[in-house]
Ligand binder design. Structure first.
Ligand code: ZN
Ligand code: CU
Length: 484
């Protein structure tokens, strides 16, 4: 009688291991939260698994790492994490774009945009990152989460007037909070220099914070000051900042925004390549020609299509085009944006040509930048990973399946220092996805964004089956994870 040596054995799948190496047919055995054995088919012999799963014709890959999220609060108030787990994401990196839920306690006034992308006033209640980590652990989300500390959050917590550059005293206060966060397990520091809450910070202010990462470990991640006409200057600012702070840097959601700049990834990618010869530079991107964030009247130029994703005073306008709302109200689009605020929007600001060139660039990692609290969210929240694997890999042939998986697993784990994640090998955490490479596809659209993916059979998080046959299981086993 074979005895059950393992908790789960996945038999006869095609293992795409996350390193970029060619796929190979294998059996994978899981015990506890780790992968115990990866062997030739039949190589595990008749050592039984408590549960045996036939993965014939399916790919077994590492669980996807969503490198760019705003899931800080989602893991607490929506710990089932259905938009993410349903597309094979087993780890989210939160706190991007200078915006993190901790460390700050707000009282009195609502958080200014873009902090309000994470939720209202009552959700900002973590004075220390340690408190946030405790809350995550208690919430037991379905996916793992790792956190960056956001510069706008630090500025709001420590400064009298965030419209100015920080004083020496305010920088010290921010450094103390950032140090506490890194000691509590945060994996880096993010800026969103594009946003009003962060824009007054000059390079000296950013360096004074980012340089803490050189001692404590961690990555500097930046939503750059300008992704429009000034993109080349912003790239230089990014490289110089990271260089002065002696830290690795990740460029967030790289894009060339605005019709003026369409096609300019032909210029930006060679510049990034040059910098990569001198310093450690990574980047992430999502697979759509539209971005999404708060609706800021100053950004409304009547040149591109803008779609409203939420509005506090006018929730009935959610899902409508700003141009149509302005026509109905008999006002300019800018005035309509003022009336809709606070609000969020999707901006159709990129060229498909750039999206493809940036996705295909070998150093590019995949990050959804999904906004989990929007009532009519950008479809990237639910569709990013299957869209890369189905639409861009299988159908458009931008890269091999091995490369696509590497961009969403091994490369991401390596960049952010997530030990024993993002790889299928013996001893690694059993964060795994079993999917059908022929049918995997995103179903979320701009019109109908809250749709699960097709072709995802099974998702395991820390050795636990978290999503199976199109449904969440009763088991949640995500953890707060920090750097190796
Ligand atoms: Zn951003
Ligand atoms: Cu973002």
């Amino acid at each position: 009688m074979p005895k059950a040596n393992y908790d789960i054995i996945l038999r006869n799948g095609e293992v795409v291991d996350g390193t970029g190496a060619p796929r190979r047919r294998a059996d994978v055995a899981v015990k506890g939260d780790r992968i115990s054995v990866v062997a030739e088919p039949g190589g595990i012999g008749d050592a039984g698994g408590a549960r045996e799963i036939d993965a014939t014709g399916r790919v077994i890959s590492p669980g996807f790492i969503d490198t760019h999220t705003h899931d800080d609060n989602a893991v607490l108030i929506g710990p089932d994490m259905i938009p993410k787990i349903s597309q094979g994401v087993t780890t989210v990196i939160a706190g991007n774009c200078g915006v993190s839920l901790a460390p700050i306690t707000l009282s009195g006034t609502e958080p200014p945009p873009p902090l309000n992308l994470l939720g209202g006033l009552e959700h900002f209640r973590f004075e220390r990152v340690t408190d946030y980590v405790e809350a995550v652990t208690a919430a037991k989300p379905r996916t793992n989460i790792a956190n960056l500390i956001g510069h706008s959050t630090l500025r709001l917590a420590c400064m009298d007037d965030i419209g100015k550059k920080a004083s020496a005293r305010e920088i010290d206060a921010m450094r103390d909070r950032l140090a506490e966060g890194l000691d509590a397990g945060a994996i880096g520091f993010s800026t969103g220099l594009y946003y009003k809450t962060n824009a007054a910070a000059d390079m000296d202010e950013v360096v004074a914070l980012a340089e803490l990462l050189a001692d404590k470990g961690g990555v500097y991640v930046t939503h750059m000051r300008d992704e429009h006409d000034g993109i080349l200057d912003s790239l230089q600012e990014t490289f110089e900042t990271a260089n002065r702070a002696h830290v690795p840097v990740v460029i967030s959601h790289h894009k060339c925004a605005g019709p003026n700049n369409w096609g300019r990834s032909r210029e930006t990618l060679p510049v990034i390549d040059e910098a990569r010869k001198r310093q450690t530079v990574g980047l992430d991107a999502y697979p759509y020609p539209a971005g999404s964030t708060v609706l800021e009247p100053d950004w409304v130029d009547e040149e591109i299509r803008i779609l409203v994703t939420w509005s506090t005073p006018h929730p009935e306008k959610t899902g409508q085009d700003l141009a149509d709302i302005a026509a109905e109200w008999g006002c300019s689009q800018r005035d309509a944006a003022v009336r809709l605020n606070p609000a969020g929007a999707i901006y159709f600001q990129m060229a498909e040509e750039d999206v493809r060139r940036i996705l295909a660039y070998p150093p590019t990692m995949i990050g959804s930048d999904g906004l989990p609290h929007d009532s009519h969210p950008h479809p990237r929240l639910w569709g990013t990973f299957p869209r890369v694997l189905g639409h861009y890999c299988r159908d458009a042939g931008l890269f091999t399946l091995e490369e696509a998986v590497h961009k969403m697993t091994g490369l991401s784990a390596e960049t952010f220092g997530l030990k024993d994640r993002g790889i299928v090998r013996e001893g690694a955490f059993a964060d795994l996805v079993v999917f059908d490479p022929d049918s995997i596809a995103d179903r979320a659209t701009f019109e109908n964004p809250k749709q699960t993916a097709a072709g995802i059979d099974l998702v395991m998080v820390n050795g636990t089956e978290a999503w199976a046959d199109g449904e969440p299981t009763p088991l949640r086993s995500g953890r707060f994870i920090s750097r190796a």
